[in-house]
Design a protein around this ligand. Structure first.
Ligand code: SF4
Length: 167
């Protein structure tokens, strides 16, 4: 057996919907159909930390990006992001292919491609400093596990494209 050195970073809640605001979960556990695409391609999954859970815990109220955009939360996000980028560099320096990074559309912390969340602002800024540019994908806020097949198709296309681009 040998490792194929392909990894992807996902928002924490892609693998653990227990981390989202109470009653906002969209799966019983993980986004299984999304994860299955990764498993089928033998892509190893690195789960990013959940910044909101870290900052306010499990029983936290919904907040806007403006409400989260305060120095205390930015510092938490920056500290979490620094640890992630150190590991990204280590993987890249050792010949690993980082397929991409998966965010959550509409999240005040983890949106990447829309109104970028606070955590992803800090993370992508640090990555840019280290010249780490990755293909990004956001899980739409309309996604419900087991019901939203067209998003799974889009995700599969994103993965196939990213795999080819990085060869
Ligand atoms: S802060 Fe990010 S990882 Fe945590 S529940 Fe919200 S979108 Fe998911």
């Amino acid at each position: 057996m040998h490792r194929n050195k392909k990894i992807i970073y996902t928002a924490h809640c892609v693998l653990n919907q227990n981390s989202v605001i109470r009653d906002w979960e969209r799966a019983a556990g993980a986004f299984n159909d999304i994860v299955r695409v990764l498993l089928d391609n033998n892509i190893a999954i690195i789960q990013l930390p959940c910044p909101e859970f870290t900052f306010l815990g499990e029983d936290r109220p919904p907040k806007t990006k403006e409400e989260y955009d305060i120095p205390e939360f930015r510092n938490v996000c920056k500290e979490l992001a620094e640890k992630v980028v150190v590991q990204m560099k280590e993987y890249k320096n050792n010949g690993y292919q980082i397929i991409g990074i998966v965010g959550i559309h509409g999240s005040p912390s983890c949106d990447i491609l829309g109104d970028r969340g606070v955590f992803k602002e800090e993370l992508l800024a640090l990555m840019e400093k280290e010249n780490i540019i990755l293909n990004c994908f956001d899980i739409l806020d309309s996604y419900i596990e087991g019901e939203t097949n067209n998003l799974v198709d889009s995700f599969r296309t994103y993965i196939n494209t990213s795999l080819l681009e990085n060869i």
